[in-house]
Design a protein around this ligand. Structure first.
Ligand SMILES: NC(=O)c1ccc[n+]([C@@H]2O[C@H](COP(=O)([O-])OP(=O)(O)OC[C@H]3O[C@@H](n4cnc5c(N)ncnc54)[C@H](OP(=O)(O)O)[C@@H]3O)[C@@H](O)[C@H]2O)c1
Length: 412
């Protein structure tokens, strides 16, 4: 211990939860305490730990300058954070589920009490996107955010691109520790949707609940789609998007094709990345490890230091902005059809009637059947869904048509 430790009081951190992230956080804090004290004047120490079997919340709260919540889930995490903030304590949390359901209540309490609520680790693991949005880009009018914010699904899609089936890729993700025994929150897109709700709130200042985010997972993707898409120069990612549209805000998560010039196209394995677009900055991309105890703990400790140095402000009040659901996008469309005259003309007629125009198309015969794969120009999702429904009713269509979004922008 350095001699300066005697010169000021330690900074007492009450730790709620001592699992994967909590235990890594406690270890990292101990390793880094001296260095933090050197530039900050106070030495952070863990003043109490709460788990299901040890510690008393009331005692930990009374004896701490700041609480770190690493329990997860809604209750009792919500109750503990509200109680701590109402008692005038700053708090740090990595809890995306809680923030995407009760963010406004927590932000409101932090604002009312004039305390800090930090949550860097709730969004993209070790990627410091929260701080960049709140501080570095706070004067930038953001137009759009795209994010690969779930490492498990990015790992699975990377494996599928290399030729694995969905089931093989999922099994490999579980073997390597990237996917949990029950991966449903990840593969359904729900985890990414929760993170996009939090990011959208930060970037656009308007309340976004998980229920406002339309999401679709990767469970129904076919290896075929990845193969065909390669012919168009496209790669597949689970992309979350939050963007200004028609005077409102649209937030959604879908499997999405990207051209190779898009910064997210290169993000592989379990990494996360977030792209921020604005007229003033063009595009900024942040990327790094998406999860893991130590990586997450490092983001949590960064939040603690930020509070210690007074760098973070209480959250700003919300702005009203409508949530828009029907937005334009380009689409990849895959049709299995009978190989006979008139098929292409019939499909083209439906596209024409819905105002959908085609950017590129590949048709391949396979005996009696043919595959018709195309990429459209941007079209309202409702028009594209109408095309899929009508085309699916033709007797020459052999299986349910598939449509996947395509992001057209490239930043090269
Ligand atoms: N793991 C990651 O890579 C990662 C990445 C980003 C964000 N996060 C977030 O970090 C948070 C913690 O995740 P984790 O993976 O560390 O979870 P975990 O390993 O399951 O640990 C949870 C801890 O909370 C304690 N706990 C559970 N219910 C409690 C209750 N009612 N009262 C008091 N303590 C309770 C558990 O106590 P016992 O020890 O007694 O069971 C355990 O110590 C979650 O919000 C998660 O979403 C995790």
């Amino acid at each position: 211990m350095g001699s300066s430790a005697m010169s000021s009081e330690p900074f007492r951190v009450g730790l709620l939860g001592f699992g994967t992230v909590g235990s890594a956080f406690a270890e990292l804090l101990e390793q880094r305490a001296e260095e933090i004290e050197r530039f900050n004047g106070r030495r952070p120490v863990i003043s109490g730990v709460l788990t299901r079997t040890q510690g008393s919340f009331e005692e930990i709260l009374a004896g701490a300058d700041l609480l770190v919540e690493l329990i997860g889930g809604i209750e009792p995490a919500r109750e503990y954070l509200l109680t701590a903030m109402n008692a005038g304590k700053d708090v740090v949390s990595a809890n995306k589920k809680l923030l995407s359901h009760h963010g406004e209540e927590l932000f409101e309490t932090a604002r009312e009490r004039g305390v800090r609520l930090r949550f860097e680790a709730a969004v993209a693991g070790a990627v410091p996107v929260v701080r960049v949005l709140e501080e570095s880009l706070s004067a930038t009018p953001i137009e759009r955010i795209h994010g690969i914010v779930n490492g498990t699904t990015n790992f699975i899609l990377t494996e599928m691109t290399r030729g694995s089936s969905y089931a093989e890729a999922l099994a490999e993700a579980q073997r390597s520790g990237y996917a949990e025994a029950d991966p449903s929150d990840d593969v359904s897109g729900r985890d990414a949707a929760a993170k996009m709700a939090i990011l959208a709130r930060l970037a656009f200042g308007t309340p976004v609940h998980l229920n406002d985010v339309c999401y679709e997972g990767i469970e129904h993707l076919h290896g075929d789609d990845l193969e065909y898409a390669r012919e168009f120069g496209l790669g597949l990612k689970l992309v979350g998007t939050a963007e200004r549209r028609q005077g409102g805000l649209s937030v959604h998560v879908h499997p999405t094709f990207l051209y190779s010039g898009h910064p997210l196209a290169a993000i592989s394995g379990s990494f996360n990345a977030v792209t921020v677009e604005s007229g003033t900055i063009t595009e900024i991309t942040l990327s790094g490890p998406g999860a893991g105890g130590l990586q997450t703990a490092s983001a949590v400790l960064g939040d603690v230091v930020s509070v210690m140095t007074g760098g973070a402000r209480p959250p700003a009040p919300p702005l009203p902005l409508a949530i828009i659901e029907d937005v334009e996008s380009a689409f990849y469309v895959h049709l299995d059809v009978a190989d006979r005259p008139g098929v292409l003309a019939a499909v083209t007629q439906v596209l024409y009637e819905q105002g959908v125009s085609i950017k590129s198309v590949v048709q391949r015969g396979m005996g009696e059947a043919a595959r018709l794969v195309m990429v459209t120009h941007p079209v309202l999702e409702s028009s594209l869904r109408a095309v899929i429904k009508r085309v699916g009713e033709f007797d020459f269509v052999r299986s349910t048509p598939r449509a996947i979004r395509v992001i057209e922008e490239e930043f090269v």
